[in-house]
Design a protein around this ligand. Structure first.
Ligand code: BEZ
Length: 304
């Protein structure tokens, strides 16, 4: 006895006719009648009263009908629960450079979660080199970062160029220049750059930015991370260059001033494997651009 035999039997009982049941089941009547007879033979009992019009189940047939309905409904439930479990188990693991947490990353990932409720999303903080290795080894599926690292197996998609700002203590003379400062005005200050390792990193990008303008900062201090750098600025130890989105990090007496040079920007990349063709990554892209639209941030949409 198979589930389809139960389905045939239940339909015949509900339609009270072999002809109507056969139509509903899209099968011919003779094979349907044969299947019910086989069922009766297997069970060793009559399931329908012979000659009844409309067709009526026997008392045993009625009992069998009730049990069959329960069984078919459990089978349906089992199928749908298992299918849902399968969907929930899909996972997307996203790497990210730590400082992006202070910008738009939380909003992008939160929106993405709302749009992909059955996807399990893991997030792992990683430096630039770790992101590339993890992508190549399949430990992550996508990552957000700022550093240009080239690798034949990896594709970097530029999301936007984020303006840079100078963080300065409110009592410093440069804090008065609310309209902005040029790099040449800060090159001789004590500059706190982060992170101090590994390379390449945001700090190597900042050194490169000065040299693009023929400038060489003499008083550089490399520190662990953005928090330490900004905390030390708030303690009056020097200045620091940060992406605009870091303005969300607040310390008493800490001010953020725009940097006016055209090249004073930091790229934000979405990094994926070269051969990637994943519907969820396409959806992750959409979430990024939706947040940009909400925040009125300019971007050139890249095709993926
Ligand atoms: C952004 O600041 O543009 C950004 C940061 C993380 C993920 C996506 C975008």
């Amino acid at each position: 006895m198979e589930l389809r035999h139960l389905r045939y039997f239940v339909t015949v009982v509900e339609e009270q006719s072999f002809t109507k049941a056969a139509e509903k089941l899209f099968i011919a009547q003779p094979p349907l009648s044969r299947q019910i007879q086989n069922l009766e033979t297997e069970l060793g009992t009559l399931l329908f009263e012979r000659g009844s019009r409309p067709l009526k189940p026997t008392a045993v047939g009625h009992f069998f009908y009730q049990q069959a309905v329960k069984l078919l409904s459990s089978a349906e439930q089992l199928k749908s629960i298992t299918m849902r479990e399968g969907v929930i188990k899909r996972t997307l693991t996203i790497g990210f450079g730590g400082s992006l947490l202070y910008g738009l990353l939380p909003r992008v990932v939160y929106l993405f979660r709302q749009q992909q409720p059955y996807l399990k999303i893991n997030m792992i903080r990683m430096n630039a080199m770790e992101q590339v290795e993890a992508l190549k080894e399949g430990r992550i599926d996508a990552s957000f970062g700022r550093v240009r690292i080239s690798d034949p197996l990896i594709k970097r998609i530029l999301l936007r160029e984020e303006p840079l700002m100078m963080a300065v203590h409110a009592s410093h003379a440069l804090a008065q220049k609310k309209q902005g400062v040029k790099l040449e005005e800060i090159v001789d200050e004590n500059l706190l750059l982060y992170p101090n390792r590994p390379k390449p990193s945001f700090s190597t990008q900042m050194k490169g930015l000065f040299s693009e303008y023929g400038l060489e900062p003499k008083n550089l201090t490399l520190v662990d991370d953005i928090h330490l750098a900004l905390g030390l600025v708030a303690a009056g130890e020097g200045l620091c260059i940060v992406p605009e989105s870091a303005k969300t990090i607040q310390f008493k007496h800490l001010e953020y001033i725009p940097i006016l040079d055209d090249a004073a920007v930091s790229p934000v990349f979405l990094i994926i494997r070269n051969a990637e063709d994943n519907e969820y990554i396409r959806s992750l892209f959409d979430s990024v651009y939706q947040v940009y639209d909400l925040e009125a941030i300019k971007y050139d949409r890249q095709i993926f």
